[in-house]
Design a protein around this ligand. Structure first.
Ligand SMILES: NC(=O)c1ccc[n+]([C@@H]2O[C@H](COP(=O)([O-])OP(=O)(O)OC[C@H]3O[C@@H](n4cnc5c(N)ncnc54)[C@H](OP(=O)(O)O)[C@@H]3O)[C@@H](O)[C@H]2O)c1
Length: 305
């Protein structure tokens, strides 16, 4: 497990540059990015395409996916960028997607990036609260379904895009789906806390397989994630613009976790600004992580031991 500590000179330098500088190539590797048609996911995919990997853009809207594919191919000169349909709010779609991906020769880097924030109360096709369902359960199931292929592709990495919003989250073990009461902010924070707890458990689960796992906070990034914010919050988001990152800057920690050679032997840690970072005590709670794992398996009707 990586140690958790605050930003250092290295991370400050990265913060000032806004871009992680590393010439590492990925020729011969396959990368899968969820939610790759916009924001952080698209910029992550673009960078990794420039490094020569085969890129799979996993998106729910195929028109947006096609536009992103065209843009990334033109910009990177890498023709090996493909799109596949994945709706993380639908178990059937996740299973169909995984069946197609499992025919790939390999997946060396899985980036669980897609996300939805502070939407009004709604349910996934399978009846899970939307943010918990998409941000946590959807990626949990996807990772499970691809885990054998990823292990066969080792050395391999799994990256879960979390958020510093995990700090305000609690895992409501008795009501993960917010059925008794719903607060869109708390539900988002719960889902992002779940991303880190999942990463910790995953690292344990994958010990000795050559597959490592990382969770990260990308920064406060100007993307379409703010679409469900109330008008006052949207206004605050706009006013804060000069102090936030653009999508390219926001993608850097995902790229760092996917590529940095020095992370090869690390697993289960939390990163921000291209460096190890501090997560809350709740995000390091092994007991909650274990309970969340068990409940997630039960909700998805899978056995993952
Ligand atoms: N922006 C920030 O300040 C910030 C801060 C901390 C963490 N994050 C995290 O960063 C990640 C990327 O977010 P972003 O800021 O780049 O936002 P974004 O531009 O809204 O991108 C989110 C992506 O997720 C996709 N998505 C949403 N629901 C989906 C579903 N049911 N199935 C498949 N894909 C789905 C979206 O697809 P559509 O285009 O079809 O909706 C989009 O491609 C998220 O996990 C977010 O929680 C962002």
């Amino acid at each position: 497990m990586s140690r958790n500590h605050g930003p250092n000179m290295h991370s400050l330098r990265n913060l000032l540059l806004g871009q992680w500088l590393c010439g590492e190539r990925l020729s011969g590797k396959t990368v899968l990015v969820t939610g790759a048609n916009s924001g952080i996911g698209k910029e992550t995919a673009r960078d990794l395409a420039k490094r020569g990997a085969r890129i799979i853009l996993a998106c729910r809207d195929m028109a947006k996916a096609e536009a992103a594919q065209k843009e990334i191919i033109e910009d990177s000169g890498n023709q090996d960028v493909v799109i596949r349909r994945l709706d993380l709010s639908d178990i059937k779609s996740i299973r169909e997607f995984a069946e197609i991906i499992n025919k790939e020769k390999q997946v060396n880097i899985l980036i669980n990036n897609a996300g939805i924030m502070m939407c009004p109360y709604s349910k996934t096709v399978d009846g899970f609260e939307m943010q918990f369902g998409v941000n946590h359960l959807g990626h949990f199931l996807l990772t499970y379904l691809l885990s054998d292929l990823i292990k066969r592709s080792a050395p391999a990495r799994i990256i879960n895009v979390s958020s510093m919003a995990h700090s305000w989250g609690t895992i409501r073990l008795d009501d993960l789906n917010s059925e008794t009461s719903y607060d869109s902010r708390k539900a988002y924070c719960q889902s992002k806390l779940a991303n880190i707890l999942f990463t910790r458990s995953l690292a344990k689960q994958l010990q000795g397989t050559g597959v490592t796992a990382y969770a990260l906070h990308p920064g406060v990034v100007q993307t379409e994630l703010s679409r469900h914010l109330s008008i006052p919050l949207k206004f605050a988001w706009m006013v804060g613009r000069p102090f936030t990152k653009n999508s390219v800057q926001g993608a850097q920690t995902s790229i760092y976790c996917a590529v940095a050679p020095e992370l090869e032997k690390e697993s289960g840690g939390y990163y921000s600004d291209c460096a190890p970072a501090t997560c809350t005590r709740s995000a390091m709670d092994e007991e909650i992580a274990q309970k969340l794992w068990e409940l997630s398996c039960r909700m998805l009707a899978i056995t993952w031991e």
